[in-house]
Write a new protein. Structure first.
Length: 418
């Protein structure tokens, strides 16, 4: 089936879901989760084929994003069930105004219609995106990366089976069959069919969508996230936070890529950071982190002298760029110049410094004494997420159900004329 035909199908069936009750949508989500569990072996077999084909071409860190296991599929099913348990945003009255002439005007949340998601080698995005779209009343077109196509197809087939069992059209959730760039272009230019396009992936994908899309497009994902270790930081807390933010899962967008360290603490902190992220991790059998250090940090930290692009790179690997700064003003200025607007953190015991950092740093999520790894729909209580928006309109930060709706005005009268 061509991409155009799939867009037409999605447009045709979207009104069915838009009109569905909360109970009907939750029933469908429950059936979708059950179908994922029932077809675990089929999904794993498809994923094994994807893994075998991808091994010669992508890094071990990126292979981890592609890999599925029974536990990950069970987690995907749990994510779908969690979405079923969330409040339904559709039909919520956002504001109500009674005019002097008696008109009652209600601003009411409604589905967007058809949402297209272009993503790369993360099969779990397939079920996350589908669940959020179904609960928010939207049909969805999923365009996964070719490395994960077999996995995404097996997942989609299971989800469609669940929809059918619940009495809803299976074509409410579709995987785009064409994995060439042409299909991505068709989605970007699907005026009249696509109501919102969401790219989830690297900077190249997001740039291609925002530059070429003729339909509304959300910028998501790219995360050059910073941790600033202030002069008043608790050193042990800072070590724990930096290691978690960088090394717990370096291939995701909320992983830290840059550590800024105040000059007054650098001589004490950086050698400890080197030990914690290299020697101690190696001794524990964990991958060590390598450093891209500026000229002042290099003698204390080792690694490699930072190049011109290292503070503008989303490494998605066990690599951390490190810079010594003279003040919180310099830290904030560096973040303003190099951040992608995703997540930034300060580690400090100085409440004045924390307040200044929070007020001046303009990113979707700003942390005080916590890891950037919490920028996630599930950790924010939103259930699985559609992505992390790094723009300001119409969504910012983790995109949950509410961000997949728009609104219309419902006006009730008793014969008023103007």
């Amino acid at each position: 089936m061509t991409t155009l035909e799939q867009m037409r199908q999605a447009k045709a069936v979207a009104p069915v879901l838009a009109a569905a009750t909360t109970e009907a949508k939750n029933s469908a989500l429950s059936a979708m989760a059950q179908a994922l569990c029932i077809h675990t072996k089929d999904i794993l077999a498809a994923n094994a084929q994807d893994m075998e084909a991808a091994k010669p071409h992508i890094s071990p860190v990126m292979l981890d994003r592609l890999a599925l296991a029974e536990a990950r599929i069970a987690a995907m099913a749990d994510g779908v069930r969690q979405v079923a348990g969330l409040p339904d945003p559709v039909g919520e009255v956002l504001s109500r105004e009674v005019r002097p002439n008696g008109l009652v005007i209600e601003k009411t949340a409604v589905p967007l219609g058809v949402i297209a998601i272009i993503y790369e080698s993360r099969p779990n995005v397939t079920s996350d995106a589908a669940a959020l779209c179904v609960k928010s009343g939207n049909a969805c077109l999923l365009r996964g990366g070719k490395e994960a196509y077999r996995s995404a197809r097996a997942i989609t087939e299971a989800l469609q089976e669940g929809l059918a069992q619940a009495g809803l059209p299976p074509m409410l959730v579709q995987l785009v069959e064409d994995t060439t760039r042409q299909s991505a272009t068709e989605l970007m230019q699907g005026v009249g069919y696509i109501d919102l396009l969401i790219p989830r992936g690297g900077a190249g994908l997001i740039r291609a969508c925002t530059e070429n899309a003729k339909v509304p497009c959300i910028q998501t994902g790219t995360g050059i996230c910073h941790i600033y270790v202030d002069r008043a930081a608790d050193g042990e807390m800072a070590l724990t936070i930096v290691e978690n933010a960088k090394a717990s899962r370096p291939s995701v967008c909320n992983a830290a890529e840059v550590c800024l360290v105040h000059k007054d603490i650098a001589e004490r902190f950086l050698p400890k950071l080197r030990h914690a992220l290299t020697d101690a991790r190696t001794e524990a059998g964990k991958p060590p982190v390598s450093f891209r250090a500026d000229e002042r940090a290099y003698p204390l930290l080792g690694g490699t002298l930072a190049g011109a692009d290292d503070f503008d790179t989303e490494f998605l690997d066990y690599i951390l760029a490190v810079k010594i700064v003279d003040s919180i003003d310099e830290a904030v200025a560096h973040i303003a110049a190099h951040s992608t607007g995703h997540s930034e953190a300060i580690v400090t015991t100085d409440e004045t410094a924390a307040a200044q950092f929070v007020r001046r740093v303009d990113s979707a999520a700003v942390y005080v004494n916590a890891s950037t790894r919490f920028t996630d729909g599930g950790e924010f209580g939103l259930g699985c997420e559609m992505g992390i928006s790094t723009q300001k309109l119409h969504a910012r930060g983790p995109m949950g159900l509410r961000e997949l709706t728009t609104y219309k005005y419902i006006v009730r009268g008793n014969g008023q004329i103007r």
